[in-house]
Write a protein that binds this ligand. Structure first.
Ligand code: ZN
Length: 225
């Protein structure tokens, strides 16, 4: 039994392929939803695009010192590349690894575009868009119980987000290439809190103009063979 029971079998088979350890639990994040997940060192969080073309804004904190949070800038600098995929690390502001990217069936994610938020929505879509659901409010809501305020929410690793960069530096948000059942595994390098906003943006191509479901799977830390 998993919470994926009502999902098409072929999609579940893709989502649960090549599991990195014993499955502890599965969870669905509904469209526009949000969640914070605590991981022990060595556990793996699998983020699944259940319906295709759905972005997850993902941030991470050292669970033992919440001031040590994910830094997209440090992660890019230490790799020397804006494309993060299998084998790469999500580093903290103190240049320590928080998460390591394991199996990645898509290989197309973003660290440049930040999160949709009240200010960006107002600037781009007018005052009526300012209070629509957005990732920054979502992330702040799930981190509030930890005492992390919205001003302390870092910019994210945008799982499945497709933001190609042209030679002249031009960037544009286009539709994700992820298909139903695609996933990326994130392995905890220390005890962490991971917060995810299932991006509610429907005014641009970020989520193919429709917010849909994400799936999460947590796997136990495996003793190395
Ligand atoms: Zn968003």
């Amino acid at each position: 039994m998993t919470s994926f029971d009502r999902i098409d079998e072929a999609i579940v088979a893709r989502a649960l392929a090549q599991e990195p350890g014993s499955r502890l639990r599965t969870q669905i994040i509904p469209p526009q939803g949000r969640v914070a997940v605590e991981l022990e060192k060595g556990q793996t969080l699998r983020v699944v695009d259940l319906d295709g073309q759905q972005v997850a804004d993902l941030i991470c904190f050292n669970r033992d010192d919440l001031a040590e949070k994910f830094s997209p800038n440090v992660s890019v600098m230490l790799k020397g590349n804006i494309h993060l995929t299998t084998g790469d690390y999500l580093y903290s502001v103190d240049a320590r690894p928080l998460l390591r990217i394991g199996h990645d069936t898509v290989g197309c994610h973003d660290v440049l575009a930040g999160s949709c938020c009240r200010g960006l929505n107002r600037f781009r879509y007018g005052p009526e868009a300012e209070h629509q659901p957005n990732c920054r409010d979502n992330l702040a809501a799930v981190m509030a119980p930890y005492g992390v305020t919205i001003r302390e929410i870092p910019y994210p690793f945008n799982v499945f987000m497709n933001v190609p960069v042209e030679a002249d530096g031009h960037i544009e948000v286009i539709e994700p290439v992820s298909k139903p059942g695609d996933f990326v595994d994130l392995i905890a390098e220390r005890n962490v809190v991971v917060a995810i906003s299932n991006c509610p943006q429907e005014r641009n191509e970020c989520n193919g103009f429709a917010a849909t479901r994400l799936g999460l799977v947590i796997y136990a830390a495996e003793a190395s063979a």
